[in-house]
Design a protein around this ligand. Structure first.
Ligand SMILES: Nc1ncnc2c1ncn2[C@@H]1O[C@H](COP(=O)(O)OP(=O)(O)OP(=O)(O)O)[C@@H](O)[C@H]1O
Length: 990
C-alpha cells in the first residue's frame, strides 16, 4: 500500500515540486553560469599560456640565456605585445592598410590616427616592450625606464610629425570632408601630435617648439638606453664598434689608471655617499686558464632588450686596476645600520632622533599642541611617520674594494653585476593602516585615562614602531600594563612594548604592519651602508624597524648562530648570506664549506668555485668535514706562528707585499689564505650523529679560528640545549633568532625572551657580537631566479676546484677488522660499550641485554679480554673492567679498525688505566660521556642505546631549562616589570 500511495502522493504534489525544482534551478543558474564562465576563462588563459610559454622560452634562450623563475614570468603579456607588434608592423610597415580589408583598415586608423606618422615606430616600441616582458619581467626599475623612454619618444615624434605637417588644427581638419579630415590627422601627428604641439604653439612660435620636441626626442632615447649625458660619446663609440663589428679598444685596457676618464664617467652613477667610483672587480685566477673577459658589445642594446647585466658590465669593463690599499684599517666593525636620518652629521653624544623630534614638534606646533615636557596634558595632534624609509638605490655596481688579492694565473674573474639582483618595490612610508593604528592607540589611552599620546612612528618593512610620550607625572607602567588592551584595540596579538626606546624619552609600541613589505637583497647590497664597506665577507642582513638597511661583516662576528622554528626564514637568510658573499668576493678571497643535511636548501650553490668540497649532505661526512676544518686551522696557525704574525689578514698583507722570505731551498709558493666560511644548515642533524665529535670540532674552531680567517655559521630549527650546547653557545657570540616556537628556545638563542613573538617570514632579532640588546630586522629576501642568475654568472667564470685533502678527509676510512672478530663486530662494539659504561663485566648481563646465547656471550667476553677491555674470568664473579668510560671512544675506534696503524693492535692502554672509581650517576654527567659512536645497530634491541642517549639529552635539556627559568625569574624581578609578564618586550635584552 505504501508503495502505491506514495506515487499518488507524489503525483499530487507534482506541480509544486516541479515548480519548486524550477525555482531551485533558476536560483542555481547564476552561480553555475559564473562557474562555467570561470571555467571558460581558465581554459582560455591556459591555452594562451600554452602558446606564450614556449615563445617566452625561445626568446629567453636567444643570445645570453636568461633564467627567470616561473613565478616571475610574464610570458602571457609578452605574447600580447609581440602579436600587436607584428600586426602593426604588417599594417604600418608593409602597407597592409592598402589591402582594403576591414582589419587592416581599423588597425591603421587606430595607430596612425593616434600617433600620425610616428606610428611607424609603434611596432618597434611594442616589440621592445614584448622583449622586456619575456626577458626581464622582474626588473621593475628597468621596465619603468624603458616605458618612460618609449612614451617620450612616441610623444616627441608625434609632435614633430604634426609640426612638419604645418600644425593642422581641429577646425582645419574637420572643415574638410569627413574622410579628408581624418586623413589629414593620419598624415600629421595624429591625436597625440595635436595634443603635444597645439598648446605649445599657441604660446610661442613654431621654432622653439621644434627645439623643445627635438630635445625631448633625444632625452627619450637617452632614457630608453639608460645613457647619462656624459656617456654619450662612449656609448656612440660602442654603438659604432658594434655596427662595424670591432671590439671596443676601451674594454681592452685592463691596466687603465685609477681615476681615469672612464672611471670618472662611472662616478656619476653613485651618490655622494659612495666612497669610490665603481669599477668591475676583476681578478686573475688559475695559471694557464682561459681568459674570461667581459664583452663590451651588448651595451645599451642589451639594456633595452632586458639584459641589463651584460649591459652594465660592458659599461664598466673599461677599467681594471689592481688596488693596493691594505686591508685591516679599511675594514669595518661587524654590523652596520644605514641611518635613516643624518646620523652621520650628529655630534658625539647628540641623540640620533633629532630630526624626528623636530618633525614631531613641527606637527605639534601646527596642531597647536604643547608637548608633555612643556605644559602638562597633551592635546591631540596627528602623528607623523618619524622616519622616511630609504628608497632602494639604483641597480648599479658597488665600488671596488681597496684590497684586491694578487692572484696568479690568466683567468679574469669578474664579480656578478648588481643588476642580477633587481630592486624591490619602493618602501611604504605612511599608509592608511598606520593612521588607523594611531587612532586606535590614542583611543585606548583616552579610554583608560592615561595621559599619553602617539607622537610619531617609524615604519619598517614588517612592523611599525609607534612612539608614545607621557605627560609629566604619568607612570611608564600605565602604558606597559595596557599591553593586552592595546593588542585588543589593534587586533594583533604580536604587540611588543619597548620602554624606553633606546636613546629616547619615549615608549615604543611595535605592531605588525597589515601591509608588510619584503626587503630585496639587491637593495640592501646597494645601500650606502654596504657600499661603504669593502670587506668581501659583508652580507646584506635586511632592514631594521626604522627602515634603515642593516649589513654585517661575517668576519667580524666572528661566528654566527642562526635559529628559528621551521618556516621562520633561516634558509632564506642563508641564501641571502651566500649570495651576498658571491656578489662581493672572488673564490680566492672567500672559500666555503657547505653542510646541508636537509639536501634541498643549498643545492642551488652546487658547483660554485668558492666551494672547497662538494656540498655535504651526509651528517657523518659533515662531522669529518669539521675535523678537516680543524686541521686547516692548525695549518694556518702553524704558518702564522712560524712567520710571526697574529692574524691571517696581517699574514696575507705581508705575503702580498712580498715581505715574507722563504728559505732558499724551499719550494713552497706562499699565497694569501682565503677566508673560510663554514655553513651548517642544520646543526641538529649533525648533533644526532656524532654529538661529541661535532661539539669538540665546533668548540675548537670557534675558539681559535677567528685569527685564522675561518668563520662558522650554524643554523638550526631546534634551538634546544642538546643541540646548541652550553659550550657551543659560549663560543658563538653572534646570534640571529627567527621566530621560535617557545620562549625557552628564544632564551637558548638570545639569552632573552622575544623571538617567540616574531612574525616569521624573515622577521628576526639580530644580536651581533658585543651588542647588549638584539635588534629587530626583516631579513633580506633573494628569490630563486636571482640566486640562479648569480650562480650561473659565478660558474661561468670558473669551475669548482675542490681541495683534495678536504674531499679525502670525507672518504670512508679503510677499516682493518681483526679476523678473529669476523661477523661479530657489531655485537662486540655493543658489548664493549655496555660493559664500559656500566663498568660491569658480566656474561649473563650481555646475554640479557644483548639477547644472545651463552656461547656467543662467552665468545664476545673472550674477545673483549683479548683486547684489554675486561680482565680474565674469575669464576662466577663478574670480570674486572679495565677501560674507563672516558676511553670508550678510543677503544671502540680501535676495535672498529679506525685508528690507523694501531688499528689491529689490541687496546694496550688499559693496563695503565685505573678502573673508573664509580659509574657516573647523574644524567647530566652521564650525558657528557655519551659515546659518539652509538647507533641503532650497536645498541641492543630491547633497551636501545639511542633511547638512553635521548633520555640523557632530555635530562640535560630539563636541567638547563630549569636553570634558565630560574634565571628568568631573577631577571624578571630585577627588571621592575609591573605587568608580571615575562614576555614584556622591555625584558628582552640584557
Ligand atoms: N626574508 C624574507 N622575506 C620574505 N619572505 C620570507 C623571508 N624569509 C622567509 N620568507 C618566507 O618564509 C618561507 C619559509 O622560509 P625558509 O624556507 O627560509 O624557512 P626555514 O626557517 O628555513 O624553514 P625550514 O627550517 O623548514 O627549512 C619562505 O618560503 C618565504 O616565503
Amino acid at each position: 500500500m505504501a508503495t502505491r500511495t506514495s506515487p499518488s502522493r507524489s503525483s499530487g504534489k507534482k506541480k509544486p515540486t516541479s515548480s519548486g525544482s524550477r525555482a531551485q534551478t533558476s536560483k542555481q543558474t547564476p552561480p553555475q553560469q559564473q562557474e562555467r564562465g570561470n571555467l571558460l576563462a581558465r581554459a582560455a588563459r591556459g591555452m594562451w599560456m600554452a602558446l606564450a610559454t614556449p615563445v617566452g622560452g625561445s626568446v629567453r634562450s636567444i643570445g645570453t640565456q636568461v633564467k627567470i623563475h616561473p613565478d616571475d614570468r610574464r610570458d602571457g603579456a609578452g605574447l600580447v605585445f609581440f602579436l600587436l607588434a607584428a600586426l602593426t608592423a604588417v599594417v604600418d610597415w608593409w602597407g597592409a592598410h592598402n589591402w582594403d580589408h576591414w582589419i587592416s583598415d581599423v588597425v591603421h586608423r587606430v595607430t596612425a590616427g593616434t600617433f600620425g606618422w610616428a606610428s611607424v615606430i609603434l611596432p618597434l616600441a611594442l616589440f621592445i616592450t614584448a622583449i622586456r616582458y619575456f626577458r626581464a619581467p622582474q626588473q621593475h626599475e628597468g621596465n619603468g625606464r624603458v616605458a618612460i623612454g618609449l612614451s617620450i619618444i612616441l610623444a616627441a615624434s608625434a609632435g614633430l610629425s604634426h609640426l612638419s605637417a604645418g600644425i593642422p588644427t581641429i577646425n582645419q581638419i574637420f572643415s574638410q570632408s569627413q574622410d579628408g579630415g581624418f586623413e589629414q590627422m593620419i598624415d600629421s601627428g595624429g591625436v597625440l601630435g595635436y595634443l603635444v604641439v597645439v598648446p605649445m604653439a599657441t604660446l610661442v612660435t613654431q621654432y622653439p617648439v621644434w627645439v623643445v620636441l627635438t630635445v625631448l626626442l633625444v632625452v627619450g632615447l637617452l632614457v630608453l638606453t639608460d645613457t647619462p649625458v656624459r656617456r654619450i660619446p662612449s656609448r656612440l663609440a660602442v654603438a659604432r664598434d658594434y655596427i662595424i663589428g670591432e671590439p671596443s679598444p676601451r674594454a681592452e685596457r685592463p691596466d687603465a689608471p685609477r681615476g681615469g676618464a672612464a672611471q670618472q664617467e662611472n662616478a656619476e652613477y653613485y651618490d655622494e655617499a659612495a666612497p669610490k667610483p665603481p669599477r668591475p672587480k676583476t681578478r686573475r685566477i688559475g695559471r694557464g686558464k682561459k681568459d674570461y673577459k667581459t664583452s663590451d658589445r651588448p651595451s645599451f642594446f642589451a639594456k633595452i632588450a632586458g639584459n641589463d647585466a651584460a649591459a652594465t658590465s660592458s659599461d664598466t669593463a673599461a677599467t681594471e686596476a689592481v688596488d693596493t690599499a691594505a686591508a685591516e684599517g679599511a675594514y669595518d666593525s661587524s654590523v652596520h645600520v644605514e641611518p635613516i636620518d643624518e646620523a652621520s652629521q650628529l655630534k658625539p653624544g647628540q641623540k640620533r632622533p633629532t630630526r624626528q623630534q623636530q618633525e614631531i614638534e613641527a606637527t605639534k606646533r601646527a596642531a597647536g599642541f604643547s608637548g608633555p615636557g612643556a605644559q602638562g596634558k597633551p592635546t591631540s595632534s596627528s602623528p607623523k611617520a618619524t622616519s622616511v624609509p630609504e628608497a632602494p638605490a639604483p641597480a648599479k655596481d658597488l665600488p671596488v674594494r681597496s684590497e684586491q688579492l694578487e692572484l696568479s694565473g690568466d683567468v679574469t674573474y669578474t664579480l656578478p653585476e648588481q643588476s642580477l639582483l633587481p630592486a624591490g618595490p619602493p618602501p611604504k612610508n605612511n599608509t592608511e593602516a598606520n593612521a588607523e593604528i594611531v587612532s586606535a592607540l590614542d583611543a585606548t589611552f583616552q579610554q583608560f585615562k592615561v595621559d599619553a599620546e602617539v607622537t610619531g612612528f617609524s615604519r619598517g618593512p614588517t612592523v611599525t614602531r609607534y612612539e608614545i610620550e607621557l605627560s609629566p607625572g604619568t607612570k611608564v607602567e600605565k602604558v606597559t600594563t595596557l599591553e593586552k588592551n592595546i593588542a585588543y584595540a589593534v587586533a594583533s596579538n604580536e604587540v611588543r612594548i619597548l620602554s624606553p626606546i633606546p636613546g629616547k624619552s619615549a615608549i615604543g609600541i611595535e605592531i605588525p604592519n597589515r601591509d608588510k613589505e619584503a626587503v630585496a637583497l639587491g637593495d640592501v647590497l646597494r645601500s650606502n651602508a654596504a657600499r661603504k664597506l669593502e670587506h668581501p665577507m659583508v652580507m646584506g642582513v635586511g632592514k631594521d624597524v626604522e627602515g634603515g638597511f642593516v649589513v654585517a661583516n661575517l668576519a667580524k662576528m666572528p661566528h654566527l648562530l642562526v635559529a628559528g622554528a621551521t618556516g621562520a626564514g633561516k634558509s632564506a637568510f642563508i641564501n641571502s648570506m651566500i649570495t651576498s658573499v658571491l656578489m662581493r668576493s672572488t673564490p680566492d678571497e672567500v672559500r666555503m664549506v657547505m653542510v646541508d643535511p636537509k639536501r634541498v636548501e643549498l643545492t642551488a650553490f652546487e658547483g660554485i668555485p668558492h666551494l672547497v668540497t662538494p656540498i655535504i649532505t651526509d651528517p657523518k661526512k659533515a662531522a669529518e668535514a669539521l675535523e678537516w676544518v680543524c686541521k686547516e686551522m692548525d695549518n694556518r696557525y702553524d704558518d702564522l706562528a712560524h712567520f710571526g704574525y697574529k692574524k691571517i689578514d696581517e699574514f696575507n698583507a705581508a705575503v702580498r707585499a712580498g715581505k715574507i722570505v722563504l728559505p732558499p731551498d724551499s719550494k713552497r709558493v706562499l699565497r694569501p689564505y682565503p677566508y673560510l666560511l663554514v655553513i651548517v644548515d642544520e646543526l641538529a642533524d649533525l648533533m644526532m650523529v656524532a654529538p661529541r665529535d661535532v661539539e669538540d670540532s665546533i668548540v675548537r674552531i670557534t675558539q681559535l679560528a677567528r685569527a685564522a680567517g675561518i668563520h662558522l655559521v650554524l643554523a638550526t630549527q631546534r634551538p634546544s640545549v642538546n643541540v646548541v650546547t652550553g659550550l657551543i653557545k659560549a663560543n658563538v657570540p653572534s646570534r640571529m633568532a627567527f621566530a621560535t616556537s617557545s620562549a625557552t628556545d628564544s632564551r637558548v638563542v638570545l639569552d632573552s625572551v622575544g623571538a617567540e613573538k616574531l612574525l616569521g617570514q624573515g622577521d628576526a632579532l639580530f644580536l651581533p657580537m658585543g651588542q647588549s640588546k638584539p635588534m629587530r630586522v626583516q631579513g633580506a629576501w633573494v628569490n630563486e631566479s636571482e640566486v640562479e642568475a648569480v650562480v650561473a654568472h659565478v660558474k661561468s667564470q670558473l669551475k669548482a676546484q675542490y681541495r683534495e685533502d678536504a674531499v679525502k678527509a670525507m672518504e670512508p676510512k679503510k677499516r682493518h677488522i681483526d679476523e678473529d672478530i669476523g661477523e661479530d663486530l657489531d655485537l662486540l662494539l655493543a658489548a664493549t660499550e655496555l660493559v664500559v659504561t656500566t663498568q660491569f663485566g658480566s656474561t649473563s648481563m650481555l646475554q640479557r641485554k644483548l639477547k644472545m646465547g651463552f656461547a656467543k656471550a662467552g665468545r664476545i667476553m673472550d674477545l673483549m679480554e683479548s683486547r684489554g677491555v675486561v680482565g680474565p674470568s674469575e669464576g662466577s664473579k663478574a670480570r674486572d673492567v679495565l677501560v674507563s668510560p672516558e676511553e670508550l671512544g678510543e677503544v671502540l675506534a680501535a676495535i672498529n679498525g679506525e685508528s690507523g696503524d694501531d688499528a689491529s693492535q689490541p687496546f694496550d692502554g688499559a693496563a695503565e688505566v685505573e678502573p673508573a672509581e664509580s659509574v657516573p650517576t647523574t644524567a647530566a654527567t652521564e650525558a657528557v660521556d655519551v659515546p659518539a659512536h652509538r647507533s641503532e645497530q650497536e645498541s641492543g634491541p630491547g633497551e636501545s642505546a639511542e633511547d638512553d642517549w635521548s633520555a640523557d639529552l632530555i635530562a640535560r635539556d630539563m636541567a638547563e631549562r630549569t636553570r634558565d627559568l630560574s634565571e628568568a625569574v631573577d631577571y624578571h624581578d630585577v627588571a621592575d616589570n609591573p605587568t608580571g609578564s615575562e614576555d614584556a618586550w622591555a625584558l628582552t635584552g640584557r
